[in-house]
Design a protein around this ligand. Structure first.
Ligand SMILES: *Cc1c(COP(=O)(O)O)cnc(C)c1O
Length: 406
């Protein structure tokens, strides 16, 4: 469906930068992102009727755009004499690097970008008490807390930050709260995951990539936000060169000109492929896809748990399992242990027809990451993948024992 949508989009090749440039594509985008928001159980305040909805290329873009909107809104609010150098942004040390990059592009330096440590005791979620203490200290030191990037599904372990608690901390400071749900946002289509975004009514914006786990082809990032006027104030442009609808200008801007919501002028008709995916699979069909992937990942996790040589490193929430070989002996050091796991991943990935896994370093430990996300994956692939891991583990552990005794 997604690929067909891409083909049609290429064929039609409209450029919906203003409503007038392509009313159909603009309206389709509004309708489709609204449908998707409803399917993901997002509140009215983030949908079209209470806020604003759009499709961008990537989460990195979405985060940058809302950060710039928040920055300009805050600077206008706090008034003369306050500069970007007074603003502080917050995330956890598990937050995707896209946020650090966005802050950098938005002119907020490393010294004003605060990454709160989120360790295994917090299941790698941002600890609200730490955020509270940090924001308070910053405010007392004369700084202005600006922005919090919370995550539903961090990149390394898919940790879930507590939106409700974090908003309670951030709101008194007038901080813009964004939720980066690039990968795991898709899971919100299943009611069992809805509780993970409790408190989402209080956030200012949320973005997720249907191209990661919701069967829409690259590139596709949906963004919902409470106050699109902040985005337009920061990124809007006025130039006679641009085709505008006179009715739109007369009609106090009720029509959406998406060029004012993003960095570039030119944009693609991404809504068509999302429309096809939503109409083709339906909410129920997409739920089935997500459920099947989560079930297969859970099965993989059980297989890891049943082999005493391995450990599951972080609790699995969605369809990603983080695991590693345990230290083979009491005297094995962490660097040696990491080296064994690195070798294991390299050998698993080198198997011609075998699985392909990725890695992360979590709390100093090198972990392997097994993710299910393709419509072609079946249970037998998961079982086979685990067999490949076990076989290579046996060989690697045997040779490391030999070396130790040599
Ligand atoms: C993939 C991912 C990103 C980056 O997404 P892009 O669309 O490639 O910019 C950001 N955050 C999280 C949590 C991700 O999983």
């Amino acid at each position: 469906m997604g690929a067909l949508g891409e083909a049609l989009t290429a064929g039609i090749n409209v450029v919906p930068f203003t409503w007038a440039a392509s009313p159909a594509a603009t309206e389709r985008e509004i309708v489709v992102v609204d449908w998707l928001g409803k399917a993901l159980h997002l509140p009215k305040s983030l949908l079209f009727e209470g806020g604003g909805v759009t499709l961008l290329g990537t989460s990195s873009e979405a985060i940058l755009c809302v950060l710039v909107a928040a920055r300009d809104r805050k600077l206008a609010e706090v008034g003369e004499g306050r500069r970007v150098g007074h603003l502080v942004v917050y995330c956890s040390d598990q937050t995707h690097f896209a946020f650090r990059k966005a802050a950098h592009v938005a002119g907020i330096g490393n010294e004003n970008s605060c990454a709160i440590p989120a360790g295994s005791q917090d299941m790698y979620a941002l600890p609200p008490a730490m955020l509270e203490a940090t924001m308070k200290a910053d405010a007392e030191a004369g700084m202005t807390p600006l922005f919090l990037c919370a995550s539903i599904g961090t990149a390394a372990t898919t940790a879930v930050d507590s939106i409700h608690e974090l908003c309670a901390v951030a709101s008194p400071h007038g901080v813009w709260v964004h939720v980066d749900a690039a990968y795991a946002g898709s899971a919100l289509i299943c009611p069992v995951f809805r509780h993970l975004v409790n408190g989402v009514e209080d956030v200012d914006s949320l973005s997720m990539n249907p191209h990661k786990w919701l069967l829409s082809n690259n590139d596709c990032c949906a963004l919902w936000l409470k106050q699109p006027s902040a985005l337009v104030a920061a990124l809007g442009t006025d130039d006679d060169v641009i085709l505008k609808d006179t009715a739109a200008t007369a009609d106090d801007g009720m029509l959406v000109d998406y060029k004012d919501w993003q960095i570039s002028l030119t944009r693609r008709f991404r809504a068509l492929k999302v429309w096809l995916v939503l109409r083709g699979y339906g909410t129920d069909g997409l739920r089935d896809v997500v459920r099947a992937h989560v079930r297969m990942a859970a099965a993989f996790q059980d297989m890891v748990g049943a082999d005493a040589r391995f450990e599951v490193v972080a609790p699995r929430v969605f369809s990603l399992v983080c695991f590693r070989l345990r230290r083979p002996t009491m005297t094995t050091t962490l660097p040696e242990d990491n080296e064994l796991n690195r070798r294991l991943l390299a050998e698993v990935n080198a198997t011609g027809e075998g699985p392909y896994m990725s890695c992360a370093v979590v709390g100093g430990a090198y972990v392997l990451r097994f993710a299910v996300g393709s419509t072609l994956t079946e249970e037998r692939h998961v079982r086979d993948a685990w067999k490949v891991v076990q076989e290579h583990a046996t060989l690697i552990l045997a040779s490391s024992m030999q070396n130790m005794h040599a």
